[in-house]
Design a binder for this molecule. Sequence first.
Ligand code: GLY
Length: 344
Amino acid sequence: MRMLEIRTPARYPVCIGSGLLEKAVQNAPEGPKAVLYDLKVERFADEAAQKLGIEHKLGLQGGEDTKTLAVFARCQSWLAQAALPRNAVLYVIGGGTLTDLGGYVAASYLRGIRYISLPTTTLAVVDASVGGKTGLNLPEGKNLMGAFHSPAAVYSDTGPLATLPTTLFKEGLVEAFKHGMIAGDPSLLDLSRLAPDYEGLEDYLAKAVSVKIDIVEKDPTEQGERRKLNLGHTLAHGLEAATRHALSHGAAVAYGLLFAALLGRKLGGQDLVPTVQKLMAWLEPAPLPIIHWDALLPYLARDKKKLGNDVHWVVPKDLGRLEIGPVAEETLRETHRELLSLTS
Ligand code: GLY
């Protein structure tokens, strides 16, 4: 078991390893409890609820369609009908969509109660469960509503990862690869041996999470340093929105990283394209949708509205060396053409 800790803006442990449900039970805080879980991991959630002595349970279908105002309202009413008080603890068990939704439910109910995450996908272990970003999608775009609300603890039990379809297992690790590019850590870029039964998995995940912890501690609310974690995500969110999520997040981020590497090379940086191509060969993502640059622009403009006048791109100039800022429209357009021809 690897035990990491985030020290700011709130101090909480992030534990990674097998059999961690027992540790979550041993360290359960006082107070009434409820559990919000993804129906895909119902057996694990039932075991957790039974061991934690929780009777208030709500199972939801995970996925982006769950991060809506309607589902959020249903969760608030569920907690209210159970009359859970302000010292209650919400356990959230599932992938990134559940930890995003559940964290925001906890941030809002009675103006904020504690929550404890038990992420059950590689994506949630490496990224979504750590750092306190919680929220919902709106019809206008992804993650447009939410709050920073730190969990009281994160228990990443590697047991449920063995039940993930291989595609989902691999797609979550694209975020770990991204952390490798950000930190300049080649050991995070070698995904070849990673599988649920690989003995080095726990160490690998811990190393990937440590990169995120270092960044979040420096910049919990994304004023500067944390923007590095958006590497590959500007194009990825555009691709996801333009395809109405037919292209999965992991595949979209992989294409976003390849785009970023092409952009970095075009702007005079080291050639990281072969590095990202190794990721693509390992991941074997669904084909890149042929979407004209002009059709992607409205979705990128949503990022632009969040950032002021220009979309800010995270451009890798080398492993561990990123530049963030606007990029000329023609350069982006050419890079998109290169991406399409490289992946066709
Ligand atoms: N997923 C990016 C972040 O937490 O900032």
